[in-house]
Design a protein around this ligand. Structure first.
Ligand SMILES: Cc1ncc(COP(=O)(O)O)c(C=O)c1O
Length: 393
């Protein structure tokens, strides 16, 4: 099939080589903006080159690859989050799963969707169109910087059908207690939809133990895939309750050869595959993304999470607090891999970003704050350089 040989054994490997050797080149710069775009590991760039080569010389492209490519990606993602591969829905974004739910849940007029004030807009817009079906949207205003189970319990009404929230907030870096919030939702018969885009890849997720009904996630941040990748997972109860919206010919063709296509029977045995993004053998994107997820699996999600947290600890230990107020949390359990800093003199944020850029340090500015998001391609030396630059007068 397309790309690198399938990796049957994706058990984590103990390594002595820095992860940084598997990424780049970064042209002498230091990329500290994974919350925007995670870099492709080199093994994934190589897989992309193979996919590109197959499209350049189409005689190399095999019919089987149209099924093998999505299958292998499903296997890697299923392993990553502890679910059966057949329950993974392949997507092109975080929004894909939210849009799917907004359109396919059989809403009743009068239903209510709860959202979180201050959340990333991808979590908001898909539900706003539901007004035409008589569904209203209400924002929870968390008492503190993060959504607490009590906030949810207080907000739920007899009309509440669904809560959509982000695991790690893109703007302040706070992580919520997914399990506690999920339990409140379960107790109240509310569907809990979690956006994992700023978390999965840097945090460990085992859905066998979490009271979550739907996960949606992009592939191009902490999962180090190309842009326009993503996936979602829905509990079987939720999935089976949905109104069918998709009848994609290639999904209907699963398990059948491509030289016999004119069987128009609508299949009901496709499970999650029914909901895949169209062109689910998106070779140029899914082949390298599969290689990236397999790479993370081999590195070991727990080890990657611990490595990332060590970088965060190093930065926080050396932060120049005369210059910056720390907006994101200093400690667990709400700390993430997004470090958000507010310059003490507020108008300085763009100037700080420019100064860091000139020193070869790529960070983001979001909502008036600096946002720093290191991942496994970064090293302790990178963080030391950043700390030094942040302490300059
Ligand atoms: C929490 C969160 N969700 C979603 C997105 C992006 O949404 P999509 O993948 O649909 O473009 C981002 C960032 O770009 C984000 O930070």
């Amino acid at each position: 099939m397309t790309g690198t040989p399938a990796c049957d054994n994706m058990a984590p490997v103990q390594r002595t080589r820095p992860y940084a050797n598997d990424f780049g080149p970064f042209d002498g710069r230091i990329w500290l903006n994974t919350a925007h775009q995670g870099p492709l590991p080199r093994i994934a760039s190589e897989a992309a080159m193979v996919a590109l080569e197959e499209k350049t010389r189409p005689h190399l492209l095999r019919d089987e690859s149209f099924f093998a490519v999505p299958k292998r990606l499903r296997a890697a993602l299923g392993k990553l989050i502890g679910v059966h591969p057949d329950d993974i829905i392949l997507a092109n974004s975080t929004t894909y799963g939210l849009d799917l739910l907004a359109n396919a849940i059989p809403w009743q007029s009068g239903d209510e969707v709860l959202l979180v004030d201050g959340d990333f807009p991808a979590d908001v817009f898909p539900w706003l169109l539901l007004g035409t079906k008589g569904v209203s949207v209400r924002f929870i205003k968390p008492q503190e910087m993060w959504l607490k189970p009590q906030d949810v319990a207080q907000a739920i009404s007899s009309r509440t059908r669904l809560l959509c929230a982000t695991w790690v907030n893109s703007f302040n870096g706070f992580a919520i207690d997914m399990a506690a919030i999920g339990r409140v939702c379960r107790d109240n018969n509310v569907i809990f939809v979690l956006n994992a885009s700023q978390a999965l890849g840097a945090r460990v997720l085992d859905l066998r133990n979490e009271p979550v009904d739907a996960i949606t996630c992009c592939g191009y941040k902490w999962l180090c895939g190309p842009y326009a990748t993503g996936f979602c997972w829905l509990s079987s109860t939720l999935r089976e309750s949905l109104i069918p919206l998709h009848a994609y010919w290639l999904a209907m063709q699963a398990g059948k050869p491509l030289n016999q296509m004119r069987d128009y029977s609508l299949r009901g045995d496709l499970g999650a595959r029914t909901w895949d993004v169209f062109c689910s053998a998106n070779f140029l994107n899914f082949v390298p993304w599969t290689a990236a997820v397999e790479y993370l699996l081999q590195a070991g999600p727990e080890r990657v999470a611990a490595y990332d947290q060590a970088l965060v600890t190093q930065l926080l230990a050396t932060l120049h607090e005369d210059h910056f107020e720390l907006v994101s949390p200093r400690t667990e359990p709400h700390r993430s891999t997004l470090i958000v800093l507010r310059p003490r003199r507020h108008q300085d944020v763009e100037a700080w970003q420019r100064r860091l850029l000139q020193s070869g340090l790529d960070v983001a500015v979001r909502e008036g704050n600096l946002r720093i998001s290191p991942h496994l391609h970064n090293t302790s030396e990178d963080i030391a350089k950043l700390s030094e630059a942040l302490s300059m007068n």
